[in-house]
Design a protein around this ligand. Structure first.
Ligand SMILES: Nc1nc2c(ncn2[C@@H]2O[C@H](COP(=O)(O)OP(=O)(O)OP(=O)(O)O)[C@@H](O)[C@H]2O)c(=O)[nH]1
Ligand SMILES: [Mg+2]
Length: 673
């Protein structure tokens, strides 16, 4: 692998390859590398020789886990592309890759048609306003029918949007070639009508984009392929058409046409001289001058150390040079600039707009940061990552390694925005959460490989809470007479439910509790609500009015008032009909229609309340409110009963009363402990 690096920016295309797991994305990448001459042996996922799926975990799983930057040259153009994992659990890698790319190639499995992974890819592309192509792969397989996949796409996205650029001749084992809508001459008679209809549709778009072309077209003149492609650019760029290519990676059919399409129809990085950012702000981009780049990924390479992957948006970067991190305000030094091809790294001296590459030696620069060769410039932002959907309580396997574990996981979290690591304030547990069991286990494997520590996992405690449903009173006298100084304090208080949260009102008049002890009383109350009387949970939505008390000139102390206040509040709570509350999460599940019944049934069984059902991208979507305690294993269950064809999102919604039979169990478990 070696590259001529002085590529004209107009000859660069960068894109992300995304779609459902098993569609053939990685196989397509390997084939593109081979056809372009970037490698001289065709890598294969199944034979563990893929350039892109090169890690031991990916080889074992025969499926992608990490996003991999790749490059090749095709008809004088330099292609930078990202192979992404289709598995929903590794969506963090996929989202990062979208941030690295100016175009999207969605790979659809011709056997299955639209799946959750392709719908997600389309939505990410739309959020970033990226032009998109669709490649319908695996048309050599039995039971594939390109026209039904095409009509499914047209039904969902619009028949004026989804337009084939190539179509298959023959099906399954008889699939022999593709014809090009704009170019092919030898079109089988039975396809002629359809092909000419699509050609007209494309030519109409071309004619609309350019008046002169329109005149020539209307006067019956033939337009060349270059003219037609140029005329389609704006429509592809704005997403008003999504070109569809047909093919088979396995049989190497249709891939050349796809690669030509990428060069002819995808946007070069500088095509508009402007770049629209996530927040609709526009920035000017230049071919030279100050380098501006977004950090979309960072990896800990066992040999190179910290590798920071950047997408250059404007200007140039040089190896061994200074850069400013505009997000943190710090100044750093770049070591090498590396072009990445799976596990291969090729040092280069300089990169410009459109490049996807890695830089070494940055110490304080992380995913989502903007780096610039000048100290001022626009700050760029990544699109948001989804909230974790699965959590474990973790503990260091070996006593004494807690600090090492925390540091190691801290580094992993820095590199993976879908991995969260917190100490839960209410339960006191250390929680590692992520997008599913596979995601968490693969992160822990990294922890073991890179930082040589291991942790044990357990189901996290549910952060129940307590509140009251009636008004109540508490009077407590704390008194101890033991030799020298005694202890004395008395606190009288009233409590009532308060939707506004926790509130303390001081109604003391006439100094029955002296002013200097009031802070101690408040401290005692705050301590009391950290651990309620039912199950030791945090207490919420309560108003406490302290209205009376007694003190002793010698024996009263801050400690005594703290204890008296705490005990008075617990006494009051016990006679104010306390109840247990549980966290309710909002869940959005997306599945192919055939699994809808299983999903709604399963959610009902989990005490879920179905809020609505809709269709998005041809898939069924159910939204429901479900108690968090019932969702512990949902990621794994959903994967198993949909065979990986369902995804879900989850976010905290609110707290609600736990039904009495369940509350009793939680309370008696607490008392036992
Ligand atoms: N028959 C047939 N098999 C294919 C074709 N393309 C890929 N495959 C096979 O499909 C399987 C999955 O291919 P991958 O390239 O790993 O799919 P992917 O989209 O990268 O999957 P993830 O990495 O899990 O997202 C492999 O066994 C490939 O050999 C094709 O055109 N025809
Ligand atoms: Mg793959």
């Amino acid at each position: 692998m070696g590259y001529e690096m002085s590529v004209d920016t107009g000859l660069i295309r960068n894109f992300v390859i995304a779609g459902h797991s098993g569609g053939g994305k990685t196989s397509l990448c390997d084939l593109m590398l081979f056809k372009s001459g970037a490698v001289n042996r065709l890598g294969k996922v199944d034979e563990e020789s893929s350039v892109s799926d090169y890690t031991s975990d990916e080889k074992e799983k025969k499926s992608s886990i990490f996003a991999t930057p790749l490059n090749c040259e095709w008809i004088k153009n330099h292609l930078y592309f990202m192979d992404t994992p289709g598995y929903g659990e590794f969506v963090g890698e996929t989202i990062s890759s979208f941030n690295a790319s100016g175009n999207t190639l969605i790979v659809i499995n011709g056997v299955n048609g639209l799946e959750v992974g392709s719908a997600r890819a389309k939505n990410l592309a739309k959020r970033l306003k990226l032009p998109r192509f669709i490649f319908v792969n695996k048309l050599d397989c039995d039971n594939t029918d390109f026209s039904s996949v095409l009509s499914q796409l047209q039904d969902v996205y619009g028949s004026n949007v989804i337009v084939p650029m190539t179509m298959p001749v023959g099906e399954g084992a008889g699939f022999e070639k593709v014809i090009h809508i704009l170019r092919s001459k030898d079109i089988p008679a039975e396809m002629e009508k359809e092909v000419s209809q699509y050609r007209e549709q494309l030519l109409d778009i071309v004619a609309e984009s350019d008046e002169k072309l329109m005149e020539r077209y209307l006067s019956g003149e033939d337009l060349s392929e270059e003219e037609i492609s140029a005329g389609l650019h704006d429509a592809v760029h704005s997403g008003s058409i999504v070109p569809v290519f047909a093919g088979s990676v396995e049989k190497d059919i249709g891939v050349e046409e796809l690669m030509n399409g990428i060069v002819n129809l995808f946007e070069p990085p500088m095509s508009h001289g402007k770049l629209v950012l996530k927040d609709d702000k526009e920035i000017d981009v230049y071919d030279d001058g100050d380098g501006l780049a977004l950090v979309f990924k960072s990896v800990q390479d066992p040999f190179v150390g910290q590798m920071t992957c950047i997408r250059v948006l404007s200007g140039r970067f040089k190896s061994d040079s200074e850069v400013y991190n505009l997000s943190t305000g710090s100044k750093e030094r770049i070591g090498s600039l590396l072009l990445i091809d799976g596990k291969e790294q090729i040092p280069i001296d300089e990169v410009g707009p459109g490049a996807i590459c890695a830089v070494t030696k940055l110490k304080d620069t992380h995913i989502g940061n903007t780096i610039c060769t000048s100290s001022s410039g626009p700050e760029l932002h990544l699109i948001d990552f989804p909230e974790p959907v699965m959590a474990y309580a973790i503990e260091a396997m070996k006593k004494g390694e807690e600090e090492k574990v925390a540091q190691g996981i801290g580094r992993l979290v820095e590199c993976d925005p879908t991995l969260h690591f917190d100490r839960h304030q209410e339960t006191g547990e250390t929680i590692l959460s992520g997008m599913g069991e596979l995601h968490i286990r693969s992160s822990l494997k990294k922890l073991k490989d890179l930082y040589k520590v291991e942790v044990s996992l357990s189901t996290p405690k549910i952060p129940y809470r307590e509140t009251i449903t009636a008004n109540g009173e508490g009077h407590f006298r704390h008194k101890k007479q033991s030799g020298g100084h005694g202890q004395f304090a008395e606190v009288h208080l009233r409590i009532e439910p308060n939707l506004g949260g926790f509130e303390i009102v001081n109604e003391i008049v006439g100094g029955s509790i002296p002013k200097n002890f009031i802070p101690a009383v408040e401290k005692g109350l705050v301590e009391a609500i950290e651990s309620g009387p039912l199950a030791g949970c945090s207490v919420e939505n309560l108003k406490v009015s302290v209205y009376d008390g007694k003190f002793h000139a010698v024996d009263s102390s801050e400690m005594a008032f703290k204890i008296a206040a705490r005990s008075a509040l617990h006494e009051a709570m016990e006679n104010s009909k306390p109840i247990l509350l549980e966290p309710i999460v909002n869940v959005k599940v997306t599945v192919p229609g055939e699994y809808m019944g299983d999903v709604t049934g399963g959610l009902n069984h989990k005490r879920g309340r179905i809020l609505g059902m809709t269709m998005e991208d041809g898939l069924d979507v159910v939204e429901a409110d479900v108690p968090l305690s019932e969702m512990t294993h949902f990621a794994t269950e959903l994967r198993s009963f949909t065979h990986g064809r369902g995804i879900f999102e989850m976010s905290h919604s609110r707290y609600e009363a736990v039904p009495p039979n369940i509350a009793n169990k939680v309370i008696s478990n607490f008392k036992k402990e």
